[in-house]
Design a protein around this ligand. Structure first.
Ligand SMILES: NC(=O)c1ccc[n+]([C@@H]2O[C@H](COP(=O)([O-])OP(=O)(O)OC[C@H]3O[C@@H](n4cnc5c(N)ncnc54)[C@H](OP(=O)(O)O)[C@@H]3O)[C@@H](O)[C@H]2O)c1
Length: 269
């Protein structure tokens, strides 16, 4: 069937950071953006209004993606009432801040898995059949340093998103040959995201950003350009995994600041 409606970009986890900015970027590029977040109706309305003021199309939905049936119902209603989901950004994280192992309750550990791995599994089961039938579609998954490297205090978060990275690989292995581009984006640094990192840091957020210097914190509008590019790569050269970090940082596998490395090598000379 040839669906003449506008293509949809669904953003699951659309706060004022990466999610909202990606929705704006895709709306600017001609998609109908569907923004889904858990709780902040005012913030949701604000982003939808900003998109519409720029001449774009957007719909905002409040859902708790952890609840059984919510993602499934959302996907069904978009395909029926708005248009074909051509691109989906799965943007839910499960960062609860550093928590020592013995202060990590079973509930917190399980919730991390429900928000990240299991919610992505449910989304893929609900959304991929229509994409496969159309023969194309893109599923972008925002990830973080903890998917690549465990660290003290990150038990729930790292286990959940490390497992999700493997889920992305298995999805890619099964569905890339059916035309579905899966991409796992490792965000290896702090984001200027008031609804997530901002909430975690509270009144220290502005001072924290200032301490990182100019462009020392990822700008989510700039990152949205990477998401746009990934979703539109030619299928002869798809990226499965991309990592991004501010210019002032070193990659996740190396936590020595360059100055420490330089002085260490000077000491050896
Ligand atoms: N922020 C950082 O410094 C940072 C660093 C590395 C990686 N990341 C990754 O970036 C992604 C998040 O992007 P962002 O930090 O820029 O945040 P964002 O896009 O501004 O917001 C994400 C939104 O997800 C929504 N959400 C959380 N749980 C949900 C649920 N159960 N159901 C529906 N929506 C839910 C929240 O909505 P409500 O606010 O309405 O609850 C939140 O606003 C995550 O995958 C995270 O791992 C972030």
């Amino acid at each position: 069937m040839n669906d003449k409606r506008k293509p949809v970009c669904l953003v699951l986890g659309a706060g004022a950071g990466i999610g909202g900015n990606t929705a704006k970027r895709f709306a600017k590029g001609g998609y109908h953006a569907v923004l889904a977040r858990r709780s902040d109706q005012e913030g949701l309305d604000r982003t939808v209004s900003e998109i519409e003021a720029e001449g774009g199309n957007a719909t905002g939905v409040l859902i708790d993606a952890v609840e059984d049936g919510t993602i499934e119902e959302l996907v069904k209603s978009i395909e029926r009432d708005i248009g074909p989901i051509e691109v989906c950004l799965f943007n839910l994280g499960a960062q609860i801040g550093n928590r020592p192992f013995f202060d990590t309750p079973h509930k917190a550990f399980e919730l991390g898995w429900r928000m990240t791995s299991f919610a992505l599994f449910r989304l893929a089961q609900a959304m991929l059949p229509a994409m496969i039938e159309r023969g194309h579609g893109a599923l972008l998954v925002t990830s973080a340093t903890s998917a690549m490297r465990g660290n003290a205090g990150q038990h729930s978060h790292a286990a959940a998103i490390g497992g999700r990275r493997m889920l992305c690989q298995t999805l890619n292995a099964e569905f890339a040959p059916q035309g579905i581009h899966i991409s796992h984006i490792v965000v290896d640094g702090p984001v200027d995201a008031p609804d997530t990192l901002g909430r975690l840091l509270g009144d220290k957020f502005e001072a924290y950003k200032a301490s990182k210097g100019e462009d020392g914190v990822l700008d989510p509008a700039a990152l949205a350009e990477t998401y746009w590019h990934l979703a539109h790569q030619h299928r002869s050269c798809w990226s499965f995994e991309v990592d991004v970090r501010p210019w002032t940082d070193t990659p996740w596998w190396n936590d020595n600041p360059p100055s420490a490395i330089n002085s260490a090598s000077r000491n050896r000379e």
